[in-house]
Design a protein around this ligand. Structure first.
Ligand SMILES: Nc1nc(=O)c2c([nH]1)NC[C@@H]1CN(c3ccc(C(=O)N[C@@H](CCC(=O)O)C(=O)O)cc3)C=[N+]21
Length: 287
């Protein structure tokens, strides 16, 4: 029998903890930690994400400030807003929703956010801290994955962790966190040869590619723990359905534990964003 790792329940728990700490923070500083979210244009996939985020912000007792900008926003207009949020002492965290429209530069935006308010942990300074083992603001999805793994496994030390996908926002930071937890880490991607064979030697498999149902039963070693980061919309029998990068129903005979989609990594990402906002506020007020 495989264990279903309940990301929703764990996220509820984390948000409760954050809410408790936010209350203490407010009493001490007479300040409410605030998260500014910047959305440029209309990304259909961001709807659910933004709604969940607002709900969780309220549950945490944090203040949420949304900036909705039109699709045709220029780079200098966006730079101007970020600069203003950087200087605004009442704003503790800044998140610019990715992906941005093609005419805007993501690296430039990521570097424009002051590292102390970078709740995504995407700024090169925060990436450097993560890689050298002095993490402060850790990317939310990777952080959520590690919390789920540590809940599930007594000891990660020496385990072979295979990460599929090499993005800056998921694959690379997760690989670094697994390394810090003393795993032996292999990062595989679209150009990797013998990808299935490498995956079959994994004790921990993290799938973060954005390929619906890519990981099949014969890719897995019996007893593997699977973290499915993929959130893919597919249409099944004329209906829209959300699936991960792993063929969930097909692999259950092999897994010791697995995260479902939805209800796995997604809710944990948002819970970690709340934690990061509080962490950022604590650092800014020197505690
Ligand atoms: N700067 C930036 N930081 C991000 O962290 C970021 C981003 N941009 N752009 C978009 C992606 C996507 N993302 C999700 C987080 C939670 C759910 C989530 O809560 N999903 C639920 C609900 C799914 C549903 O019901 O549709 C679940 O998986 O159970 C989904 C997607 C964060 N992202």
């Amino acid at each position: 029998m495989t264990v279903m790792i309940d990301g929703k329940a764990l996220a509820d728990e984390i948000v409760q903890h954050v809410a408790h700490d936010v209350l203490a923070f407010k009493l001490k500083h007479k300040v409410t930690p605030a998260l500014a979210v910047v959305l440029v244009g209309e990304d259909p996939a961001s709807g659910v994400y933004v709604r969940n985020k607002i709900k969780r912000t309220e549950q945490s007792g944090l203040q949420s400030i949304a900036h909705y900008l039109p699709e045709n926003t220029t780079q200098s207009e966006l730079d101007e807003l970020i600069d203003q949020l950087n200087r605004d002492e009442s704003v503790h965290g800044i998140l610019v929703q990715l992906p941005l429209p093609a005419h805007l530069s993501e690296p430039r935006v990521i570097e424009a956010i002051t590292p102390a308010k970078d709740v995504d942990g995407f700024h090169p300074e925060n990436v450097g801290k993560l890689v050298t083992g002095q993490p402060v603001l850790v990317p939310c999805t990777p952080l959520g994955c590690m919390i789920m793994l540590k809940r599930q496994m007594d000891d990660l030390s020496g385990k072979h962790a295979v990460v599929i996908g090499r993005s800056n926002i998921v694959g690379k930071p997760i690989a670094n966190l697994l390394l810090q937890a003393d795993c032996t880490v292999t990062l595989v991607h679209s150009r990797t040869q013998n990808i299935e064979e490498i995956c079959r030697s994994a004790d921990i498999l993290v799938a973060a590619v954005g390929q619906p149902l890519m990981v099949k039963e014969h890719w897995l070693k019996p007893g593997v723990v699977v973290i499915d980061v993929g959130i893919n919309q597919i249409s099944l029998d004329g209906k829209r359905k959300l699936v991960g990068d792993v063929d969930f129903n097909g692999v259950l005979s092999k897994t010791a534990a697995i995260t479902p989609v939805p209800g796995g990594v997604g809710p944990m990402t948002i819970a970690c964003l709340m934690q990061n906002t509080l962490t950022a506020a604590q650092h800014q007020l020197g505690c």
